[in-house]
Design a protein around this ligand. Structure first.
Ligand code: IPD
Length: 268
């Protein structure tokens, strides 16, 4: 029989805790193996690769028929029928990790039939852990989460993030310049998975970012959804590369509509 979301979450929690230990141990030992990926600002460290290898290895032991989509090594093997696809960001917030800023995370989600059904995000620096199963609510360290009930865009504290590509950043800066005068303020913490968890617990009213990959938002997106937020893309599209917006129901449309206007100016 197909595993339940709760069973998948249990597997994910155990693996992510071990992975988080590796990430913080490697941070304490000193950063090594720093290289760049898509651009000069897109860094990867030996820890990103080691954590991904560890998680993929652990998943293969307990769920040998599943596939893994990871940030550093891409997709593994071909999914068998009914297989689970695990979506992994070994270290989300790599730049924070590099600089010793305590805002980075291991993020792991389980997707069945194209739908994320379980997710865990853990901050190794603080030990905070967010979990969710589809239909089962979102939790931080065992405590049930509810997002903000903010209804006014002008009163909203909005998180966002920037990609690594210069042309995309120029566009993101233009969108930000249009939005900033119309909100309470903007935050850029540097790890998308944690931003989505911050929205889930009302530490941000809303969050948006263009250009996110599945591993950035799969687990955190479920945590936010299960905490009562609407998580979507633009114009009815699912959340994805084009945009991820997470906001309380009353705030989603005003934020979304403003982003559509600002995004229409064009850009990658
Ligand atoms: C990045 C972070 C950042 C976001 C970027 C992501 P990484 O992930 O989540 O906050 O703005 O778009 O690429 O590279 O540190 O795993």
């Amino acid at each position: 029989a197909a595993p339940t979301p709760e069973e998948l979450l249990e597997i994910a929690i155990k693996i992510v805790r071990d992975a988080a230990d590796t990430a913080s141990r490697m941070r304490a030992e000193g950063i090594s193996g720093v290289t760049t990926k898509s651009t000069d600002t897109d860094v990867v460290t030996a820890a990103d690769r080691a954590v991904e290898r560890q998680v993929v290895g652990a998943l293969r032991e307990v769920r040998p028929g599943d596939t893994v989509l990871g940030e550093e090594y891409g997709a593994s093997a071909v999914a068998g029928p009914g297989a689970v696809r695990w979506i992994l960001d070994p270290i989300d917030g790599t730049v924070n990790y590099l600089y010793g800023l305590p805002q980075y995370a291991v993020s792991l989600a389980a997707e069945v039939g194209g739908e994320v059904v379980a997710g865990v995000v853990r901050n190794p620096a603080t030990g905070a852990e967010w979990t969710a199963t589809r239909g089962g609510g979102a939790y931080r360290d065992g405590q049930l989460l509810h997002g903000s009930s903010q209804t006014e865009l002008g009163q909203a504290l909005v998180g966002t993030g920037f990609g690594y590509d210069a042309a995309r950043r120029a566009h993101q800066a233009a969108v930000l310049a249009g939005l900033l005068p119309q909100v309470r303020d903007i935050r850029r913490f540097g790890a998308a998975a944690l931003d989505l968890c911050a929205v889930a617990e009302g530490r941000l009213d809303a969050y948006y970012e263009k250009g996110l990959n599945p591993w950035d938002h799969a687990a955190g997106g479920l945590v936010a959804t299960e905490a009562g937020l609407l998580v979507g893309g633009l114009s009815g599209a699912p959340p994805g590369l084009a945009m991820v917006v997470a906001a309380p129901p009353a705030l989603f449309k005003p934020l979304h509509d403003r982003l559509v206007e600002l995004d229409a100016a064009g850009g990658p």
